[in-house]
Unconditional design. Sequence first.
Length: 257
Amino acid sequence: MTKAECQRFVDEYVHWLKQELKATALDGSCQITTPFLDRHNDAIEIYVEKKDGPLRLTDDGYTIQDLRASGMEFTTERRKAHLAAVLNGFGVKLENDEICVVGSLEDFPQKKHNLVQAILAVNDMFVMAEEHVLSLFKEDVALFLEAHRVPAFSDFKLSGKSGFDHKFDFGLPKTAEKPQRVLQAINNLAKENTTSIAFALADVRAIRTDPLGALAMINDTVRPPNEDYLAALRVYEVEPLLWSQRQQAISFLNGRY
């Protein structure tokens, strides 16, 4: 794939984003409707408040309150710690159930990007039926990599041509057979995280001289992943791996072939 082709992906994504973003002025704030969808297939909305200088971006508490209404309580230390780790990874925080971040007009694009990605990550990590809420998928993947001595860096950040920083769940070092790779743990494969991964990779690859491989470990134990989304990942040179077949993927993850 050429740099021109990679740049076209970025340009098309930015064009689509501009068309789909909508802003509405409210009393004391601005409501921004994004093209990204939550687990109910509703557009994710964020609010921008300006008080005495700094901008405050927030989901107004919707994400956490919606999960709690669905039976997902954050009462155990393990769940609280995992939620905090997810939010910290995107540089956002939790205040009275609100996922929020403070920024300026200059860094608004990156802050908005981080907030939306954090909302998507929280939705993905906790979209589990009550009977399947015993474990958190990213943690399961991390433990699997450690158990099989697969070298990996958690919360691996890379910068893209757009100027945005993109956080991947794991980074895998270069081997004799494979280039440096990133690995994303996906609990629920949907259009939103497929699109997000595709953009992040195209954006990062557009400024790299060395190739960057990509893998996605997909949780297929609750529901089989949509074949169209799997095909879309492959188009963007992301190799999907199924959690139910993880033992067969060990040599692949180690970069042996």
